[in-house]
Design a binder for this molecule. Sequence first.
Ligand code: NAD
Length: 353
Amino acid sequence: MFQHRSFADHEQVVHVSDPAVGLRCIIAMHSTRLGPAIGGCRVREYGSEDEALDDVLRLSRGMTMKAAVANVPFGGGKMVVLLEPGQTKTPALMRGVGRAIARLGGHYITGEDVGSTVADMAEIREETDHVLGLPPEAGGSGDPSPSTALGIFAGIEAAVRARLPGRGLSDIVVAVQGLGNVGFNLCHLLHHAGAKLVVADVRPELVARAVTAFGATSCEVQSVHAAPSDVFSPCALGAGLNPGTIPEIRARIIAGGANNQLADETRDGGALMERGILYAPDYVINSGGMIQLAAEFLPDGQADVRRRVLGIGDTLSAIFDRSERDAIPTHAAAADLAEARLYSPAALTAAAQ
Ligand code: NAD
């Protein structure tokens, strides 16, 4: 574990087995320095246990950075549930997840992620209070994806101001990869702001829906990153920015919701900068959903969520300025900001209150 390529001084990593309900999961708490570790529950088949461990280690560290940059009093965590080939999710399995979280005594708080739903969160809630994103009728703030999409929208506006001065959303083309909860909501916002859309998804029915609803142009899944566009918006799974795709990208801006977009931060973040492509760091631009969910635990509640989500645009503008001024890649400027917040005495004092 301590030698693992993605181990980044994680505070605690817990492996859980509950054969009675078919549960095997890993919960990683990267940091609780600023508050309880917050991060979603990913449910999927993995090629190997190592692949799952790598995923949960990387994602939980990303959550620490995300919470720090978003200035919410939480740390970073994540959990992955490893499904066997052909195994389906059941309410009993999700109750098992809830019991595993309950044993952590509040150090980890879960929510929705790829492969889990609001209904799953309701099952988890039967076993523990440490879950966010319940439906409004159950006292939660509901699906975080619209807030995530709103933050990405604000981020795209900031990136266009920085890289395409004089142009607005009504005269740009955005290529959206992945039309799930985040991608589709984002398309809706962009369409209403006048942007033209190029879209791709492995599910043809989602592509057809976007073509009908937004007049989008459909594109092959394999080539959407290389579509002629001003902005490429990855909203599917991670590691899509790598030595195979980066040389083919034609957009001048990358701004999307997927987590862990850079297959290798240093190598690929540097390559984007060399190509003159402005990259909006994933954990900054996609933090809108987390801001909404974190507000469930905060005294000011949901009242301030929209303003704070739109503030993602200002945070990104500051990161773009720092990157330009000091000639460093944007992912490095974002990491500096996260670490400054993570280790600032003021943040620690706020976390202790
Ligand atoms: P989702 O599962 O609803 O949507 C993902 C979509 O991507 C699906 O429609 C899927 O068919 C499609 N897809 C998968 N592989 C593809 C490929 N190779 N090419 C094109 N499309 C492909 O998930 P989501 O909630 O929309 O999240 C999307 C991404 O954003 C994920 O990486 C997630 O971790 C991240 N994210 C989501 C939120 C949120 O609030 N939901 C918040 C932060 C980050």
